[in-house]
Design a protein around this ligand. Structure first.
Ligand SMILES: C[S@@+](CC[C@H](N)C(=O)[O-])C[C@H]1O[C@@H](n2cnc3c(N)ncnc32)[C@H](O)[C@@H]1O
Length: 285
């Protein structure tokens, strides 16, 4: 990407949007976000001063960010940030980038967690802490545990909790329930990996950059993580406790079968905003 000299904010965004257009469907927005990231300007500054000139240092930094984006790197990894449930979360290449559809899981979990009484909640495979922190922030009386098999992801999650001042959440390293031993919970939530290794989407878009351990699950149908959680959660749920699982677009019937065979009742799914069954819910007897 080449700039005329001197370059203004508006001209820089125009040039960057042109450079990104072949590789990004959100080229102009990407350019605007990355210019603010490179320059430290607020949205209000950038809108109010389109003819402001860019310094050489900012121009060089912006050019480098645009090149990373041209190579397909997700905006969230370039800026190190993603908003989820109105929380400004740090993310890194060790964490999944939280998706808007996962807010459905949070919404359904909150509907089952009292605001005015203590409760015990666990988020399995917490990544950057998105689900656990959203629930903990909305339910200060809840004690939220969160586990992950990635130490690097847990470091990001712990830092997010500290920066946001959310103190009713505790992170533990390990395989699903293993670090929680015999602790009992009222609600278990998880957005586990559920993509089969040969899924061609893994070679497209943001997924190329996200950690395999966050996306890919064993089994011919990508459901081994859900099987493991469903079978072990029974022992860690109080009677009448809820299990909420995010799953892939076409996996609802199989997930319902897994939950029914594991002995859960009141099994149902909720649709995301695109109309896809996305979150399966079941109750322990
Ligand atoms: C799809 S990501 C979800 C991250 C986050 N909860 C979210 O919704 O944005 C799945 C997470 O599960 C973690 N994970 C994978 N296998 C695990 C296991 N056996 N035990 C605990 N966590 C695991 C991954 O490291 C990853 O952070």
């Amino acid at each position: 990407m080449e700039f005329d000299q001197p370059v203004t904010l508006a001209a820089a965004v125009d040039a960057a949007a042109r450079a990104l257009r072949p590789s990004s469907p959100t080229a102009r927005l990407d350019a605007e976000v990355l210019l603010r990231h490179a320059s430290g300007l607020t949205l209000a500054d950038a809108v109010a001063q389109p003819r402001r000139p860019l310094s050489d240092a900012i121009r060089a930094a912006f050019t480098a960010l645009i090149e990373r984006r041209r190579q397909g790197e997700p905006i969230a990894y370039i800026t190190g940030r993603r908003e989820f449930w109105s929380l400004d979360l740090a993310v890194s290449p060790a964490t999944l980038i939280p998706r808007p559809e996962t807010e459905l899981l949070v919404e359904q979990a909150l509907a089952r967690i009292p605001a005015d009484a203590p409760s015990r909640i666990v988020d399995l495979g917490t990544g950057c802490g998105a689900i656990a922190l959203a629930i903990a922030s909305e339910r200060p009386r809840a004690r939220v545990m969160a586990t992950d098999i990635s130490e690097a992801a847990l470091a990001v999650a712990r830092a997010n909790a500290a920066r946001l001042g959310i103190s009713n959440v505790e992170f533990r390293f390990g395989d699903w329930f293993v670090p929680l031993r015999t602790e009992r919970f009222d609600v278990v939530v998880s957005n586990p990996p559920y993509v089969v290794p040969e899924d061609p989407h893994l070679r497209e878009g943001d997924l190329r950059f996200e950690p395999c351990v966050a996306l890919v699950a064993d089994g011919p149908d990508g459901l081994d993580a859900i099987r493991a959680i469903a079978s072990t959660a029974r022992a860690n749920l109080v009677p009448g406790g809820w299990l909420l699982l995010e799953h892939g677009l076409d996996q609802a019937p199989d997930v319902h079968g897994i939950l029914a065979r594991a002995g859960y009742v009141e099994i149902r799914s909720y649709k995301d905003l695109a109309g896809h069954d996305r979150t399966a819910i079941a109750r322990s007897r």
